[in-house]
Design a protein around this ligand. Structure first.
Ligand SMILES: [Zn+2]
Ligand SMILES: [Zn+2]
Length: 345
């Protein structure tokens, strides 16, 4: 089968590999019907994910049809349409039982697919702990509607869930990349009083303006003053930092009002500074990222009810055979790309 493979630092290539087989009784084999490319894939390509293993098939955003299941998998069966979770988790350890599935203590726990084990930018993928990692897609939900459930939408949902948002709140979201927009959609479900999105890229800002008319938009350089002028208590009640740029961590806590919650969803390339003397007395609560992707069934139900729609994010479509070109467009942010759907044919 065709599989996009991490060859070496800086290089992915479409190669031929044998179709994956069931190795464990809790595995499933899924025929990938639709996949996508994530910024994390680019991080692997450029060597900033040291645990990524050369030779693996990349890709961790996908939906598909169950082809085969191991003897212990009972909640899905061949022929079912499913979402695939970016995280592998056993469902049985202390962390899994408390919903902290990102910290599953299994040796394959956490982000393994398309990083430490073969992923889904391929025709087929083996999913370990399939009962945890696969969720059935409701009949009325299309593959495109379900495409982001297992990764960036799970991340946005988790971020909104832990941020203690009330309907009195002014919520600031820093960054309107694909994960930022998914976070925005999930914050909207909490119905806060105001949402402000800070985004410097004109294409992304325009996307927010076009699709989410009630959201206030600002630029990083004006953000602090803008939030001050457009909130009730001298700053945002809740800040979600989804940009991960050079100064955005600092921006996040500076725009927060005293006693605010600051949720850091972003993954940084470099260490950040927490200047405690400067924020003394501000009494902030910081929460930090690494999605606990255990809400996929609920997210699918919200999609089915028409409460979340991520399909506008899909700006481009390419067949798997042309995935290298899709990467070129995505990586260089050409042609107004937000997300790419990779089709089987
Ligand atoms: Zn991802
Ligand atoms: Zn576990």
């Amino acid at each position: 089968m065709k599989a996009l493979t991490y060859i070496e630092h800086g290089k992915f290539a479409l190669t031929d590999k044998p179709k994956p087989q069931i190795i464990n009784t809790r595995d499933a084999i899924v025929r990938v019907t639709l996949g996508s490319i994530c910024t994390s894939d680019l991080h692997i390509k450029h060597g900033s994910v040291p645990r990524a293993v050369p030779g693996i098939t990349v890709g961790h955003e996908m939906v598909g049809i169950v082809e085969e299941v191991g003897a212990e998998v009972t909640n899905v069966k061949p022929g079912d349409r499913v979402t695939v979770n970016v995280e592998t988790f056993c469902g049985e350890c202390f962390f899994c039982k408390h919903g902290f599935v990102n910290n599953c203590t299994d040796k394959n726990g956490g982000w393994a697919l398309g990083c430490r084990i073969d992923g889904g930018q391929a025709e087929f993928v083996r999913v370990p702990y399939a009962e945890q990692g696969l969720n059935k897609i409701p009949d009325s939900v299309t593959d495109e509607q379900a495409l982001f459930v297992g990764d960036i939408l799970a991340t946005g949902f988790w971020a909104a869930r832990i941020s203690e948002i009330t309907n009195e709140d002014t919520v600031l979201i820093i960054g309107a990349g694909p994960t930022g927009i998914c976070t925005l959609l999930c914050v909207m479900l909490k119905q806060p009083k105001r949402i402000i999105v800070c985004e410097k890229d004109p294409v992304r800002a325009q996307f927010v303006k076009e699709h989410y008319a009630d959201v206030l938009l600002c630029q990083p350089e004006e953000c602090e003053n803008y939030v001050h002028a457009n909130s009730d208590h001298g700053g945002a009640d809740v800040v979600l930092e989804v940009a991960g740029a050079k100064d955005t961590f600092q921006l996040a806590w500076m725009c927060a009002r005293p006693n605010a919650v600051v949720t850091v969803v972003a993954l940084y390339d470099e260490a950040q500074t927490l200047p405690l003397p400067d924020m003394y007395g501000k009494n902030l609560t910081f929460k930090t990222g690494g999605v606990d992707g255990c809400d996929c069934a609920e997210i699918l139900s919200l999609i089915e009810q028409g409460k979340i729609d991520t399909t506008p994010l899909i700006t481009h479509r390419y067949p798997l055979a042309d995935i290298e070109e899709a990467y070129r467009v995505f990586e260089n942010r050409l042609d107004g790309v937000i997300k790419i759907a990779v089709t089987a044919e």
